[in-house]
Design a protein around this ligand. Structure first.
Ligand code: UDP
Length: 438
């Protein structure tokens, strides 16, 4: 049941026929991020932007006095069941299937274990949440089940949309189970949050989601961590040459990221004698993805231009962005694309395909370029614009274009969404006798 304060407040107001402005103070939020931990290793197969999102948003909400419990799957027996992550934010590991890595489809079969553990933990701790906020379809499924029991609103974020992935070149086929569940979630959550208008349209087109149930809240960037550093010092620190043209890729080694197309683009740039493509991310040198990218760079004859540096802890990424002349997001699909924001906040322009938020965050020809598709030739032309130009906006001017994307602003927008959904939910529960949204 929702916290007594909220229920009483809304009951009183609903009784006098008013749709209550909810006092969304000190909410208790159950955040579900089952397959991907907010403290997981960024840049590996299943851990990227969503983990950053959950971590940063929880930290901001905690700073504002809300209590956030993030529930994720125990995937290493050495993990403590519960840890204080930030002020007012706890990370809770729950058992679901075995303790090791499990692919998403296999994990689906164990979601009922997760729900039982969740319910057990909540009961032992006597917590009544005001709201469930779930991330990705697996957590959305559990969010719906929990909502039936707890009778609180359920806010859901897709992060990526299975049906869109299935229409995207280079994507692995998503299982029907995923698209069926996403279809259900699109129609049965109290609020869906997406990071771009484009994703909102996708949900309406592919899953028939109602426009009024979808809120758009862009992603953010840690402006304290990502800021312009001295380029010379950054290159020195990383062992890169001062006279090299440096192009940077940061991200997971997934087919959707289009790293192969970036390598092909670099093959068009071999006339630049002092040129280096720096690739950050991946699960180590011995994975099939890494081996195939290395072998492609050999086939293209560009192995001497490409440096695979492996996965880098996020706190250590700033010198990479500052050392680069340009970052590239060559993806076939992105839900938003945090890496582009991080690069801009660090003062480095971005060449990107037309994915995620790129068209809205890049200023064409100034802070970046959006190329029509993943064609290596187009990517190469875009990259060339930024490595051959002598006059750029300064790093500070590039950074200034993304100052509005702090995680604090994202959290404010999120709070507005929470307040609206609580108001609506409590009104419907009190006045229309609704018990569950499903
Ligand atoms: N990242 C990192 N170290 C790496 C590779 C990636 O910290 O070696 C982080 C990067 O800083 C960004 C996130 O992983 O915050 C990737 O998010 P993005 O939205 O670009 O891609 P996603 O993983 O969601 O597809």
């Amino acid at each position: 049941m929702p916290s007594q304060i909220l229920t009483d407040l809304n009951l009183k107001r609903a009784q006098v026929g008013e749709v209550a402005p909810v006092e969304a103070d000190n909410l208790r939020i159950a955040m579900l991020s089952i397959h991907s931990s907010p403290i997981g290793e960024l840049g590996t197969k299943d851990t990227g932007g969503m983990s950053v999102y959950v971590r940063e948003i929880a930290r901001e909400l905690g700073n504002r006095g809300h209590l956030v419990d993030i529930y994720t799957r125990l995937n290493d027996a050495r993990q403590n069941q519960m840890a204080e992550l930030y002020e007012n934010v706890r990370l809770i590991h729950l058992r679901s299937g075995n303790n090791g890595h499990m692919n998403k489809l296999a994990l689906y079969a164990h979601l009922d274990d997760f729900l039982k553990e969740l319910e057990g933990f909540r009961t032992r701790e006597s917590i009544d949440y005001d709201l469930i906020h779930s991330h990705y379809w697996l957590s959305g499924r559990v969010g719906n089940w929990a909502q039936e029991r707890w009778e609180v609103p359920h806010v859901f974020m897709f992060h990526t949309v299975g049906a869109v992935k299935n229409n995207t070149v280079g994507s692995e086929r998503e299982p029907e189970l995923r698209t069926a569940i996403e279809n259900h979630l699109a129609r049965n959550c109290d609020r869906i949050l997406v990071a771009t208008d484009k994703e909102r349209v996708h949900l309406m087109q592919h899953y028939g989601a109602a426009a009024e149930t979808i809120g758009v809240v862009p992603c953010g960037v840690n402006l304290d961590l990502f800021r312009p550093l001295d380029k010379k010092k950054a290159r020195q620190q990383l062992g890169f040459g001062q006279d090299e043209s440096i192009v940077l890729f940061v991200g997971r080694f997934a087919p959707l990221k289009g790293i192969d197309r970036l390598l092909e683009a670099v093959a068009h740039l071999q006339h630049y004698r002092r040129f280096r493509l720096v690739i950050v991310g991946g699960d180590g040198d011995h994975t099939p993805e890494s081996k195939s990218l290395r072998s492609l760079s050999r086939e293209l004859g560009i192995q001497d231009f490409v440096t695979f540096v492996g996965r880098i802890e996020q706190e250590k990424l700033p010198p990479y962005y500052s050392a680069a002349d340009v970052s590239v997001v060559p993806s076939h699909y992105e839900s938003f694309g945090l890496v582009a924001l991080e690069s801009l906040a660090s003062g480095t322009p971005v060449v990107a395909t037309k994915v995620g938020a790129m068209e809205s965050i890049l200023r064409e020809g100034e802070t970046g370029l959006v190329v029509e598709n993943c064609s290596p030739r187009l990517l190469a032309n875009g990259i060339e614009t930024f490595i051959s130009r002598s006059h750029f906006p300064s790093a500070d001017a590039i950074r200034a274009t993304v100052l509005e994307f702090s995680w604090a602003s994202v959290a404010s927008a999120m709070m507005n969404e929470y307040a609206a959904v609580l108001r609506q939910y409590n009104f419907e529960t009190c006045c229309c006798g609704k018990v569950s949204m499903i």
